[in-house]
Ligand binder design. Structure first.
Ligand code: GCW
Length: 680
């Protein structure tokens, strides 16, 4: 059966006869000098890939011959050291690699070289990708180095194997059978991550359980860390702030208390005895009921620094989340993180990153970038994207998220003049951060295909690729993924790539057009619920966000409203400040406008809302047709899987359309524009 388990690492015999011949000719043998665990898995991966893709075993050799593939580092390979690549390597850092066609002792060879073994592994995956995507390999000159240091998946996985906001089955961590049973999935997970440059994984939910820090679990964490290590994948854990009380027997978790500090230091030391290269802690504190330093009258820096000190001597880091809000704070929820964190700039230890969601509310289909980006020049800010589709139709909707990630990364903060993009904040180039990071909340579970929706794999894939190089285009990344996942046939690639690129805008149109946000069903966030109100928390309810009334709709975040806009640099304020000139995607995010307000199309905002809902739902119908036309290029199992899900997506898009149009109509009191089909 072909259920998608192999992700983009399918390694099937290549179909293009010319390319096959070229590859067979140019890869006559493999020469790896060095025997580290990383080089061993590199060799295994090459064996698997070459025998599968080329349909023949490529021999391992110890002497150079014509058309050999030579892999290694100057340190472990005298051959690599003797080549003329050392000056190039010097610029590539620890994880970068180069792939070059060179002459080695008079013989033409392909070299994959790096400064570290894991760099060689990354280069090997890139080389395998060249074959999978049918590239010419006769004259290669490629080099690549990651723009961001910490490229990390965040699993919101609980110890009972449920996954918060997970839609692909249960957690892949089988705590019950660990540490003795090493599921093949752990290895395949590490391979997949290494193939896209992901170098860290937080195993546990940010809504944390302190038990993960106890020996019974640490021995299991060690087993996972040992499995992942050859692939360059570091393990991190979430730290429950009240752990000293819950598992340590202390009376307090006050970060300034000496006993508490000592407890965490000992705990960190203990963790390092299990996992000597433990990455550090991710912490959600004083948000949505989680404990934190504010319970003791301390601030986020006090909390983060206490934990940072506990791991500093071992090279550990703390990723302290800025996703904080409290409905007891009467202010606009979009403002709270900035209000709490901005004054703390410069107060954090050197090994702390503040991890900020891409937008100021919560992983909506579209949000403006978070105002903290650019506002904390002395504090490395780490990007947090959500790969799992909590608010994006979960695992029944096909939504390719690279355009969403890129939109945030390419957004201009204007903090050092035009061109001060969010990407430059995150990669450290704008404020010279010495630590940089990007996190993605994983969409992985124990479903056979890992991500529930097959196209969810593309979101895992594009997150890794963008964390490595945020200048890649969404189209290029989709092209790579489609070729490796399905086929190199252009008659398949062209329409499906286009469908992927449009999918996010389509979803925005049928869910939250024109800057609407957080109008999903209460708590589960599945399906429409713009009518939600009167719950205990105003900031969890839709009416708080859309503010529809008989005269108009939208959240005024200018000076006449919550003034959240003032948290951005003047350049951004200028861009979004006036309803008449505000880019339409953010109109109702920043402005409350009358129902008859005219938008760029010449329609009233009411008519435009209707048009968006209708065209969004109609686009899903187009997606179905596009997919149906590709049947001959895709195996039956995966074809039908996507086909059935697209049918569900179309129903859901209509559900969104009808629910939202009819609900908002109760305020607008205007007809649905002529020409649009009646809601069914
Ligand atoms: O998106 C919201 C989710 C919560 C989540 C929280 C967070 C882990 O609805 O389930 O909790 O954000 O990011 O902390």
């Amino acid at each position: 059966s072909d259920d998608g388990y192999r992700l983009w690492q399918r390694y099937e015999l290549l179909k293009d006869p010319q390319k096959l011949q070229q590859y067979r000719q140019n890869i006559s043998g493999v020469l790896i000098q060095g025997t580290s665990p990383t080089l061993t898995v590199t060799r295994q991966e090459l064996d698997m890939a070459l025998s599968g893709l080329l349909g023949q075993n490529v021999k391992n050799q110890s002497e150079i011959t014509a058309n050999a593939l030579v892999l290694g580092t100057p340190e472990n390979s005298p051959l690599i050291k003797s080549l003329n690549v050392t000056s190039k390597l010097a610029k590539l850092g620890t994880e970068g690699y180069l792939i070059e066609t060179v002459a080695v002792k008079g013989q033409k060879a392909t070299v994959i070289a790096a400064n570290s073994d894991v760099g060689v592994l990354y280069g090997t995956f890139q080389f395998i990708k060249l074959l999978q995507t049918n590239q010419d390999i006769t004259r290669l000159s490629i080099s690549s180095t990651p723009k961001i240091h910490r490229r990390i998946l965040n699993h919101w996985d609980n110890l009972n194997r449920t996954v918060e906001r997970g839609y692909a089955g249960f957690s892949i961590w089988d705590w019950h059978k660990l540490p003795d049973y090493i599921d093949q999935r752990y290895i395949d997970y590490a391979r997949a991550n290494a193939s896209i440059g992901i170098n860290g994984t937080v195993l546990t939910n940010v809504n944390a359980n302190a038990l993960i820090l106890t020996p019974a679990y640490l021995v299991k964490v060690k087993a996972l860390a040992d499995t992942f290590r050859p692939y360059g994948l570091k393990v991190y854990l979430t730290a429950r702030f009240s752990a000293p009380v819950e598992i340590g027997g202390l009376k307090t978790a006050d970060p300034l208390d000496e006993q508490v500090k000592a407890w965490w230091k000992n705990k960190a030391d203990e963790i390092y005895t299990y996992v000597p290269d433990f990455g550090g802690f991710l912490v959600k504190a004083n948000s949505e009921g989680q404990p934190g330093p504010q319970n003791y009258g301390r601030n986020h820096a006090d909390g983060a620094n206490m934990l940072a000190d506990a791991v500093a001597d071992k090279g550990g880091i703390v990723m302290w989340r800025a996703f904080v809000y409290d409905n007891k704070v009467p202010d606009d929820r979009a403002k709270q993180a900035f209000t709490e964190f901005k004054p703390l700039d410069g107060k954090f230890r050197k090994n702390v990153l503040v991890q900020v969601k891409n937008g100021p509310i919560d992983f909506q289909p579209r949000e403006p970038f978070h105002p903290l980006f650019g506002a904390m020049p002395q504090t490395p800010l780490m990007m947090e994207f959500q790969i799992t589709q909590e608010y994006l139709g979960q695992a029944t909707n096909l939504v390719y998220q690279a355009p969403l990630y890129k939109e945030t990364l390419d957004a201009d903060t204007f903090v050092k003049g035009a061109g001060s993009t969010v990407a430059k904040v995150v990669d450290g180039s704008l404020h010279q951060y010495n630590l940089t990071g990007m996190a993605g909340v994983a969409n992985i579970g124990n479903d056979r295909n890992w991500t529930g929706h097959l196209f969810g794999q593309a979101n895992w894939y594009c997150f890794g690729r963008l964390a490595w190089d945020h200048t890649l285009t969404s189209e290029k990344i989709a092209d790579e993924w489609l070729r490796m996942t399905f086929t190199n046939e252009t008659a398949f690639l062209n329409p499906i790539n286009k469908m992927m690129l449009q999918s996010r805008e389509t979803l925005v149109n049928y869910m939250t057009p024109l800057g609407l946000h957080h109008i999903m069903g209460y708590d589960h966030h599945y399906g429409p619920g713009p009518w939600i109100k009167d719950k205990k928390r105003a900031d969890w309810t839709s009416v708080y966000y859309h503010k529809a009334s008989p005269e108009g709709i939208g959240f005024d975040r200018t000076a006449t409203g919550s003034n959240a806009l003032a948290q951005y640099a003047p350049g951004v304020q200028k861009l979004y400040g006036k309803a008449e000139t505000c880019p339409e995607p953010f109109l109702l995010w920043f402005h409350h406008v009358k129902w008859d307000f005219k938008v760029k199309s010449g329609r009233t905002v009411w008519d435009e809302i209707c048009h968006r809902y209708y065209s969004g739902a109609a686009m899903v119908g187009e997606m179905r047709k596009t997919w149906d036309a590709t049947q001959s290029y895709v195996d039956a199992e995966r074809f039908n899987h996507v086909k059935m899900l697209l049918l569900i997506q179309e129903k859901e898009a209509r559900w969104w359309r009808d629910a939202c149009v009819l609900y908002f109509q109760t305020f607008a009191q205007r007809p649905i524009p002529a020409g649009l089909e009646k809601p069914t």
